[in-house]
Ligand binder design. Structure first.
Ligand SMILES: O=C(O)CCC(=O)C(=O)O
Ligand SMILES: [Fe+2]
Length: 297
């Protein structure tokens, strides 16, 4: 699972930014991974191959085509643990603004950023106070993503054969965390990773990336880069959904690479049930062929 707390004293967090600014020419020992964990960094030509199916949401409101979209979502979650969505209704102006203001934040001097840092993830405003337009622009993006998540979770539940309003109250009372990730350039990107392998703990995660770097593990345990498709957002199944679906859908194992030339930004919107909510498989999904998989995660 990703650690989004970024403690103030965390040596790794502060120093990679500083090292990149200093222009170091080799990766310090402490970041060098054992050979088996190193990325291969193959560039995938966009559209020739996508590690995750691309699903067009524009036909969702069409009663004739809707079942096809639901079936695509079912296949994607079952076989891949995620998909990319296009025509999802989030205007490009909102995604652009979110990435722009994220860049503005990371461009501030380290001292200013450290004044805003906190080890308490429940503090309502941490990085939101500077630069001045951050709160509004990232807030607008977060609100739009919350609506998109509501739409997606309904489709995912439907794709499991559940009612689209299954757990509606719990989902509404659940949480949304926006993780804004910045991966500084790295002089030897084949030796290190930006984010180690993990799965997300919640129901669904929706990721916006400004350049390629996200990799997902396929069924043969091979890492596959997720290409950047203009206008698309990546949707990933999390651990809570794996439990809820009684293992029909597996949470996707993923990681982020770094690159030589350009700093990478990603914005992950992590949606989960309330922290104290015990997650159990949906009753309709437990049968002889699919025994109860797990108590809670
Ligand atoms: O940077 C990425 O593409 C992945 C981010 C991620 O996995 C996370 O924030 O949990
Ligand atoms: Fe993640």
């Amino acid at each position: 699972m990703a650690d989004h707390t970024h403690p103030t004293e965390d040596h790794h967090f502060t120093s990679t930014m500083t090292l990149a600014q200093m222009g170091v020419s080799s990766v310090p020992e402490c970041y060098i991974l054992p050979p088996a964990d190193r990325p291969t960094l193959e560039q995938t030509p966009p559209f020739l191959f996508s590690a995750l199916p691309v699903i067009d949401l524009s036909s969702l409101e069409n009663p004739v085509l809707r079942p096809q979209v639901i079936e695509q979502v079912h296949m994607a979650c079952k076989e891949f643990g995620g998909f990319q969505v296009i025509n999802h209704g989030i205007p490009a102006s909102l995604t652009d603004q979110a990435l722009d203001v994220a860049a503005d934040f990371f461009d501030m001097p380290n001292d200013t950023k450290m004044q805003l840092a906190s080890t308490n993830v429940h503090e309502p405003v941490r990085y939101g106070t500077k630069p001045p337009s951050y709160k509004k622009k990232m807030g607008n993006y977060a609100k739009a993503l919350l609506l998109l998540h509501t739409k997606l979770i309904q489709i995912v539940f439907e794709s499991l054969g559940l009612r689209s309003d299954y757990l509606q109250d719990d989902v509404e009372q659940g949480s949304q965390v926006i993780a804004v990730n910045c991966y500084p350039t790295c002089p030897e990107p084949n030796l290190a990773l930006g984010l180690p392998r993990h799965s997300d703990y919640g129901l669904l995660t929706i990721i916006l990336q400004d350049q390629q770097g996200l990799e997902v593990m396929d069924r043969n345990e091979k890492w596959q880069p997720v290409p950047v498709i203009k206008g698309a957002l990546v949707v990933q199944v999390g651990d809570q959904m794996e439990v809820l679906s009684n293992g029909r859908y597996k949470s996707i194992v993923h990681r982020a690479t770094v690159n030589l030339e350009k700093r990478r930004l990603s914005i992950a919107s992590l949606h989960s049930l309330a922290i104290n909510r015990k997650v159990t498989p949906a009753p309709g999904l437990v049968d002889e062929r699919h025994p109860f998989i797990s108590e809670a995660k």
